[in-house]
Design a protein around this ligand. Structure first.
Ligand code: SAM
Length: 455
């Protein structure tokens, strides 16, 4: 086991009464952007002072800007099945909730994908409840194939990330062969007693099996894994330090840590009483913890879903978030207006904007929404991606690609306003490219797109 509860509790104990000066010393170290020790992370988790919090946000913002520039990756989740044998206390899909369960047929998946493609999406996260009978690995593999092969006039979905229950090395090998992008699995909570209490009489209730899922995924050949914690289940300070230990474990054993970290907070759901959760994280603390993750693992993507409001998403993009979902629906079959039924949802959402509205918001704030999947398609995954990211060279590849995918989106799905603001932003960004060859390439490619060429 690599999550040593005693070690984490000792760190939390040692840093519980840190002084203003001790926190300031760590902020000064953080400014050097050379990473942080566990004790330094634990120290920053104690920031309460307004000015120190602002300083933390400023450093996180600089790190984010150095590494990601102003690019923001955009994706959508696709729920294919809500059959679930688990009884996770916090989840609307728990087996005790009695609603008509549904899994999409191949044709229904294709229809959902067509709707998502019409929204302009190129990256999906496939989501499913756990049910070895109704939603086995064959079903998931067929769903992935259905997604990758559903074309519309503007192309196909280029990357399918997968968020399904912890499984075997053999099944991870098959997911790898099916060319998934990142395998995503949230630990929910790293605190073993809480984990067990939250997953009563559930397949998912085996803490060690869930915790070692990424070890098995990497043994199965998957090199991009995405972790996360469901904030609200247990003390956020314990969870952040645990995420770091998990990341260190993967780096030590497989040479690469988390590709992404997700930061969901518990939301209202059918059969879920939010008053039962004494560890709910308020907005101020939430912003702090995202900024600390950015400082602690500068090269790891941080994902924020539509569980959060547009206002918080906008603010957190400044301090560390690098990927956002847009236009999401957590209902199985929910993207398909025609045969929309009132089915169970997993939890409620707070940002109901369409992808077009999300993109207009991003462009309005000078971000480059990116649908780029070139790294994945060129095999720049796992430690190859991390090496490139850490060398800083990735910048020169990502910005031009992001600009081209933005141009493609505007031409295929944009309205008048996005045309105007989006192409202004693209021009401004092209002017900043210092390599003349790259500059010409981007300009020429965009001109070709304007007369119909596509990736
Ligand atoms: N069944 C898979 C599993 O067990 O890992 C897929 C997970 S589910 C589709 C995605 C995530 O939604 C869960 O891992 C959990 O963190 C989150 N979730 C569940 N209930 C939630 C709630 N009430 N509010 C916010 N997020 C929730």
């Amino acid at each position: 086991m690599f999550i040593h509860h005693d070690y984490i509790n000792d760190l939390l104990h040692e840093t519980a009464d840190v002084s203003h000066e001790e926190i300031q010393d760590v902020l000064n170290v953080a400014k050097e952007k050379k990473g942080l020790t566990h004790k330094q992370i634990a120290t920053l988790l104690n920031i309460e002072d307004h000015d120190q919090l602002q300083e933390l946000f400023k450093i996180a913002g600089e790190i984010k800007h150095d590494i990601y520039g102003n690019r923001v990756v955009v994706f959508a989740p696709l729920y294919v099945s809500n059959y679930c044998v688990n009884n996770c206390k916090y989840c609307g899909y728990k087996r005790d909730n009695t609603f008509a369960r549904k899994k999409l047929t191949r044709e229904e998946i294709q229809n959902q994908v067509k709707v998502l493609e019409r929204m302009g999406h190129k990256r999906l996260a496939l989501e499913a409840g756990e049910d070895p009978v109704n939603c086995d690995i064959e079903y998931i593999l067929d769903a992935i194939d259905a997604i990758y092969t559903t074309e519309n006039k503007n192309g196909v979905i280029r990357r399918v990330n997968v968020n399904i229950a912890a499984t075997t090395v053999e099944n991870y090998k098959r997911l790898k062969d099916a060319q998934i992008g990142t395998y995503i699995l949230f630990q929910e909570t790293y605190h073993k007693p809480t984990y067990e209490a939250m997953h009563p009489q559930s397949l998912k209730g085996d803490y060690a099996y869930h915790l070692h899922a990424f070890d098995r995924a990497m043994e199965g050949g998957i090199d991009d894994v995405g972790g996360g914690v469901l904030f609200g289940l247990y003390d956020y300070k314990f969870e952040i330090l645990s995420l770091m230990l998990h990341n260190d474990h993967l780096e030590e054993k497989f040479g690469v840590g988390f590709h992404t970290i997700s930061v969901p907070r518990i939301k209202k759901a059918e059969g879920v009483d939010l008053d039962m959760y004494p560890h709910m994280v308020d907005d101020r603390t939430f912003k702090k913890l995202v900024a600390i993750i950015r400082l602690a693992v500068p090269f790891t993507g941080i994902i924020l879903s539509t569980r959060e409001t547009a206002a918080i998403r906008k603010e957190l993009l400044q301090y560390g978030i690098s990927q956002v979902s847009a236009g999401s629906c957590t209902e199985v079959g929910g993207y398909n207006d025609e045969d929309h039924q009132d089915m169970g949802t997993q939890f409620t959402l707070e940002d109901h904007r369409t992808p077009l509205e999300v993109l207009k918001g991003l462009v309005g704030d000078d971000y480059i929404p990116s649908y780029c999947t070139a790294c994945y398609r060129k095999g720049r995954t796992g430690d190859r991606f991390m090496r490139l990211a850490k060398s800083g060279q990735i910048h020169h590849v990502c910005t031009p690609n992001a600009l081209m995918t933005l141009a493609e989106y505007i031409l295929d799905y944009g309205d008048k306003e996005l045309h105007e603001h989006g192409f202004d932003l693209i021009q401004k960004e092209i002017d900043k490219i210092d390599n003349e060859k790259v500059k010409t390439l981007v300009k020429n490619n965009i001109e070709k797109m304007k007369v119909g060429a596509r990736d």
